[in-house]
Design a protein around this ligand. Structure first.
Ligand SMILES: [Zn+2]
Length: 131
């Protein structure tokens, strides 16, 4: 993809602080980190979304993310590393690995809703029907 910023990073046309690279995957520091050490893990081949990424490529991305979570937690002295797949920013599948600290004043959880009576069962059925 000629206009994809992540493809440009892979090709070296845009500089990035790469922390890991192999035949299938690249990991580099997010240029505007949520916390320092915020890393993006991406497949080298361009796939727009997780659901359009082949299983073996997903496996390589997540296996490396698992490895990097341990390394980032240790090297950044983080309390934990949040993993997030947002899918609405850059249209090249990527995982965010964000070092988190219990005192970083960011919400650990999203705001939650309550199901009304019978609603939970109805929604579960709706999703299961689409499987
Ligand atoms: Zn791309």
């Amino acid at each position: 993809m000629d206009d994809c910023i992540f493809c440009k990073i892979i090709k070296g046309a845009i500089p990035a602080e790469k922390i890991y690279e192999d035949d299938e995957v690249v990991a580099f520091l997010d240029i505007k980190p949520v916390n320092f050490g915020h890393t993006l893990v991406i497949p080298k081949k361009h796939y727009e979304k997780m659901e359009s990424t082949p299983d073996d490529t997903l496996s390589a991305v997540f296996t490396n993310a698992k490895k990097l979570i341990k390394v980032i937690k240790e090297s950044m002295s983080a309390d934990f590393v949040a993993l997030s797949v947002v899918g609405i920013d850059v249209p090249h599948f990527h995982i965010h690995l964000i070092p988190r600290y219990f005192n970083d004043n960011m919400p650990v959880f999203w705001p939650r809703k309550e199901y009304r009576e019978g609603e939970k069962e109805m929604i579960a059925e709706k999703i299961k029907k689409a499987l």
